[in-house]
Write a protein that binds this ligand. Sequence first.
Ligand SMILES: *Cc1c(COP(=O)(O)O)cnc(C)c1O
Length: 422
Amino acid sequence: MEKKTFVTKGQLEEIIKTYPTPFHLYDEKGIRENAARLKKAFSWNKGFKEYFAVKATPNPAILKILRECGCGTDCSSATELMMSDATGFSGHEIMFSSNDTPSGEFKLADDLGAIINLDDITHIAFVEQELGHIPHTISCRYNPGGLFQISNDIMDNPGDSKYGMTVEQISEAFRILKEKGAQEFGIHAFLASNTVTNDYYPELAKILFQTAVKLKEETGVHIGFINLSGGVGVAYRPEQQENDIEAIGQGVRKVYEEVLAPAGMGDVAIYTELGRFMLAPYGCLVSRVIHEKHIYKEYIGLDACAVNLMRPAMYGAYHHITVMGKEKWPQDHKYDVVGSLCENNDKFAIDRMLPEIQVGDLLVIHDTGAHGFSMGYNYNGKLRSAELLLKEDGTVQLIRRAETAKDYFATLDVDDTMKKYL
Ligand SMILES: *Cc1c(COP(=O)(O)O)cnc(C)c1O
């Protein structure tokens, strides 16, 4: 599939008159249309709700759009809970799926009325101690262990992951929680990340639905919801086939009708906690070429670096690159496209075939809307970029200003050493 930018070169030239590169740009129209597709794909399930994984794109402007689309938020930390609260989410619109949870965070989640998703059986005592009670509604995270396979493909290795409880532990946890007064139960699992197959959710659903039936029979609890969590991926590479969310929804429906409905569990709500699928394609990193270098290889140097987008450096992840205005040019030059960190893994692309690039060209790095800006950091004293929203009416809104040196030095201002720069 041809990868197209959601913004034109003309629009970008206008934008950079006000906002210098680099910046992340989000596409409101794309976000809304995609959220509507997801909602429709699961409309067969009465209680369906998507809890957007805030860690993917923690920005109030994005959360507000998703809230208008009927989404809740999935939080993993105190600040994500605070942002959800401030953006207008409350009660069961918030899911708290943390792990290795620091003290105080369950209390904050409970004060907001969020649904708490326990990562471990020992957290029952921890929660009870922090809150002074056990919440009425509670969820437990499941880890089936072993390898997670679809047909013969190994998707991931849950047996090696730190998350969730064994089935025996969940059964025990449900019994204890019920005894302590919990009345509404949920199950959650996240078994593979960035899957590009319509079979992931249905296969996961089958495991979770069968487990839910077994747990209901063993413990007699009422299971109100099953949370399929995140993991539905996007086609980062042009040769990949995009997920078909309608087919995914129907695949889950089929398993629901085969497993849950006959067990008298036709009232179970399906929840999702997607991050990447909701946002990745609807954000991009816009950067300008500031240098070219010819040594043993050809290098193109950008004004963005790995602190703005860590995925290539961290996972060797592919992000498609468009040289704006040269979309139709032959891709006959081989480049390493790099940032300025004193780290040789600071490369957005290695041996990438691209049109001939000149200093000053604008580059769009695709699919940075999730786990892009949010994974940013300050290594080499680099500052975080701005985030901009391309609204449905074509105007652009600054939704996070770029960091300044002052921001970077602010936390050092404990003994006045940096005063001159503050
Ligand atoms: C990261 C995460 C998600 C979102 O994952 P995506 O790959 O972005 O869909 C959902 N739930 C939990 C608990 C997570 O840690």
